[in-house]
Design a protein around this ligand. Structure first.
Ligand code: AMP
Length: 302
């Protein structure tokens, strides 16, 4: 596993691309992360490795943190991240410095459209511009055929999808399901900010989603009733930020709850701002897990 630090180091990928043992039909897969890896991240790497050589980027991107957010406190542990990635057969880790990514004073940033308004975009002004700008840089630097993101960050998936479509970026996008602890808590690098008691309190997010899902399974299609169920459980958090039912992919508030819907919650518990969601496909009449980008298993070639 190569550790690449700079744009120049990344040219190593071009050498590999031309090597015989890199089968030309295999896609180069990028899995972007901010490190502090957990099994959620690793599941995306595994999905990528089933397709082709994987590059994992590890970069705590300062531009997606707002003033007063946890940029300084965000966990950084490259050694332990590398130890988790090595056994998965990762081809390369791209771990650039802030100077490498932002050293040249840039003036151009990528702004999300409507999908970036509201939900996390409302609570974290500038966040999605930071995300899109760094993802555009990473896609330009690594030039992967496939990029895989976690459904856990649903709005992020959808703004990235729009950027790739609108800017005609030649990459195929896929999303992997949210990996949870045994008790339902969505895995997050920020869970380590929680005390034992707060960790129990944090279960209200997954409980809220579970109860709204049960209502959908029972046939409920009234948006207000579903939102009320989400809100009721979130009263256990220290502060509710949002509890919403939205439509995929444009995130509009549904008049009719149908098609692929996103149940999305965000709340503060102790020092952590936590998010969770379910993406549910109601199109068959039943309730199935839905995708935001694409099923990694359905990569159909270059
Ligand atoms: P982050 O390091 O938090 O920026 O996350 C890097 C990638 O991992 C993003 O695409 C996230 O959506 C994804 N991810 C984070 N947590 C999980 C999880 N619990 N399950 C699946 N994917 C996740």
């Amino acid at each position: 596993m190569e550790i690449l630090r700079t744009a120049t180091d990344l040219r190593q990928l071009d050498k590999w691309r031309s090597e015989d043992n890199w089968r030309s039909e295999q896609p180069l897969v990028l899995v972007p992360t901010m490190g502090a890896l957990h099994p959620g991240h690793l599941s995306l790497v595994e999905a990528g490795a089933a397709l082709g050589p994987v590059v994992v980027s590890i970069f705590v991107n300062p531009t997606q943190f707002g003033p007063g957010e946890d940029l300084d406190a965000y966990p950084r542990d490259l050694e332990s991240d590398l130890a988790m990635l090595e056994p998965l057969g990762v081809k390369a880790v791209f771990a650039p410095s802030v100077t490498e990514m932002y050293g040249q004073p840039g003036e151009v940033t990528v702004q999300p459209g409507n999908r970036g308004q509201g939900l996390c975009g409302g609570d974290r002004p500038g966040h999605f511009s930071g995300v899109l700008t760094v993802v555009a840089k990473l896609l330009g630097l690594v030039r992967p055929d496939v990029a895989i993101f976690g459904r856990k960050d649903a709005q992020q998936c959808l703004v990235i999808r729009q950027m790739v479509e609108d800017l005609k970026i030649p990459v195929w996008l896929a999303d992997g399901p949210t990996v949870r602890e045994a008790d339902g808590l969505a895995m997050s690098s920020r869970n380590r900010y929680l005390s034992e008691e707060q960790r129990l309190q944090a279960l209200c997010l997954s409980r809220a989603l579970h109860s709204a899902r049960e209502m959908l399974v029972a046939g409920e299609r009234n948006r207000e009733k579903l939102q009320a169920a989400l809100l009721a459980e979130l009263s256990d958090a220290d502060k509710m930020e949002y509890a919403e039912v939205r439509l995929v992919p444009d995130l509009e508030e549904p008049v009719a709850v149908s098609g692929t819907v996103l149940l999305a919650v965000a709340a503060r518990v102790g020092p952590a701002r936590l998010i969770d969601n379910l993406v549910l496909d109601l199109s068959s009449g039943g309730v199935k897990d839905g995708f935001l980008l694409g099923d990694p298993q359905r990569w159909s070639g270059k």
